[in-house]
Design a protein around this ligand. Sequence first.
Ligand code: GLC
Length: 847
Amino acid sequence: MAGFSLRKLLDVITPRMIVRGLIYPLRTASRVRRSTPRGTSSPKVKSGTYPAAPLETFSFLGNVTQFERDEDGRVTVTAENGKIRLTPLADDLVQVRVRPDGMFVPPFSYAVAKPEGDWPPVESKLVDTDDQIELHTRMLRIVVHKHPCRLSVLDQAGRLLLSDVEGVGHQADGQLIWRTSFREGAACYGLGEKASALNHVGRRFEMWNVDPSGYERGDDPLYMSVPFLVVQTGGIAAGIFIDNSYHAQVDIGATTPHVLEYRTLGGEFRVYLMAGTPQTVLERFTELTGRMNLPPLWTLGFHQSRWSYYPQSRVLEIAREFRQRHLPCDAIHLDIDYMDDCRCFTWDKRRFPDVQGMLAELHAQGFKAMAIIDPGIKIDPGYWVFREGIQRDAFICYPDGSRYVGPVWPGDCHFPDFTNPAVREWWGGLYQGLLDDGLDAFWNDMNEFALITLKPRTTAPDILHYDAEGRGATEAEIHNVYGMLMARASFEGLRRLRPDRRPFVLTRSGWAGVQRYAVHWTADNKSTWDHLRLSISMVLNLGLSGIPFTGPDTGGFTGGPTPELFARWMQVSAFLPFYRVHSMIKSPDQEPWAFGPEVEAICRKYLELRYRLLPYLYTAVWQATRTGIPIVRALSFMYPDDLSTYSLDDQFLFGDSLLVAPILEAGAEKREVYLPAGEWYDFWTGQLYKGQQTVTVEAPLDVLPLFVRAGAVIPFWPVQQYVGEKQIDQLELYAYYSAGEHTSLLYEDDGVTPDYVSPEAYRLSRFCLRGGEEGQSLSIERVIEQGSYAEVPEQIRLHVIGLKGIPSRTDLEAGELLAQAHDPSTGRLAYDLKAPEAFRITILQGR
Ligand code: GLC
């Protein structure tokens, strides 16, 4: 029977007993249970790094003895202790496999979305010399040294990107090592969710998804691992994706400078090597592992959450507060307490006596509701999901067929085997009832999968058996992909159940490719200034790992933010893809009005700005779906030639044209900002700065330093309290003068339907801004590049910033100029146009 209940404990303790930081450890302490059946070994704890086996205990490949190339361009090299196979998949992408047994069976991968057979043929040539075999594609050169067998990777210009030290080695028990060197001065990004600085050089990491039960800077691993790295220097980049899901350690020059050491406990050495610029490498990686689907537009709005809003009257009260106070908000989240004693897919009828009425009222006020779902299914014969799972044999078992039992919120649980397609289908179908009730989207938590034991980071035993699409596998191989497969089951289920709407799943755990199914939040952070800072480097590295739509618990999960910290965090998160406030059970209130009128006004200002910028943000999200380019971008990613950006992670780019440089310190009211190449306008004052310099800007509490790339045309909508509140009749365009020619994009669709690729379902506009020298003339042209979606505003208000003097002439090609104005105090011009799809406006200055 369920033992001690944390929630019961919380009901009896007095508020005074709730000291910050006390509750969270209690959560883990309160559920100590048997997590293995009698007679089996206790779970293997993989916290911290395990002792690294000495190099001499590995068998490296030895000398090359022969090689062959087949008609598909694959090169198989035989060495004394194994074989390497090189398969070119694109001009800038080569798959490299190493097998000591020489058996190249078709690879199995949950990460890869575009397997070998789906890539068109690639032109390549082979060059054989006494010392090496070289595979050349148009962009890459992979060298296999013969004595002994090691790899080097060069780009098309012959620049060395990677050069093996010992190369790849194996042990009889399955352990693997790869040691390769990278260029001096290179920076490394990616690896998924890492609570440290943007540039990983000089650090060691683990690839093993865990629930750390709260984390600090430097704690590793966390909830989501992605074994992908972008290694860049001087504008050139290598991409390395190691497609192996076993527990791994990655040492990026920490032990030996410039040496990347990768070790794993099992599986095949299968690495995908890429070369190009950081952008082309990420495009290729996301072609390989897939890109995010376009989410419903409302998910770009603001989300309010806490553990937990209940009863239903409280949920409605929160919703009403947002509307009464005119604080834009699109979604309210329901954490575990909506369930009947933490049984997934049920409601606590005492707390939520009229679920459908509550959800209907939320909808009437323009809200969406998202609810949490965990993978642990309570062992309870009276619970229908448990019974169905047993009937379908859906739960994970030991090799002897007995079901695994692990403790989570509801007590002892079984866990679905999401590697079994039939289980995924069953799981996806379970959402039907909650959808019928009126819930809009779901949040998959604890899917590392996390166990609530005395030892945080404890994971299930390695020997557990999984279906793995019928081929069979153990926890050791599946653990890291489990969370992603839960998200996949949820995503595919929602898509099946509601084919006319875009599914939206938020997941805590994940692996390479998770972006195909879900977005992610950086989970149980703290209400500290350092965590605010961490939210930036974490979101940037997730984006550089192919996962573009992420964000932190704004305000911090544990503890309570000061009003100042909350205000600054709301400012930053307005420019991060996933914008949600969430906080720990019994933590102080964390709604925007909980910190007094000054902070509430600041929240409103940035919420309104977020909603005004929705067409711009949506365009950046659409770009991510098409190219994998993140929504928020590290400066080093966009300016790879500028070495001064390589470790910059206290400022970032939001979409193509906005640079965000937030305040990340208590009491600070100004900061230094590095402006990269080009020219930049201060968003608030319109002041123009030359790039490639550091400037100091003032930032009182209500100001987030924000800059606009000169030449940009930025689309705005009116303020809305929620997406869809207003019929958008007028698009506002802010055009920032710059000499020369500059382009900006605008993507539009209905924000709801999943078919956004048919030409009639969307429209892509390209704005071309051409500025004459000295600010004397400016033309802005709109061209419809793709699609014919027609539900778009015809009226345009165009604001022009940065032109000198009063215009002597304005010509509009196509359309009608309704009004124009000049503000002498700011020098800004404004035009009201009724413009058909394509138009060009030309403004000439006085003669
Ligand atoms: C986990 C989640 C957190 C959630 C809590 C209760 O700690 O990370 O967001 O509030 O569980 O469900």
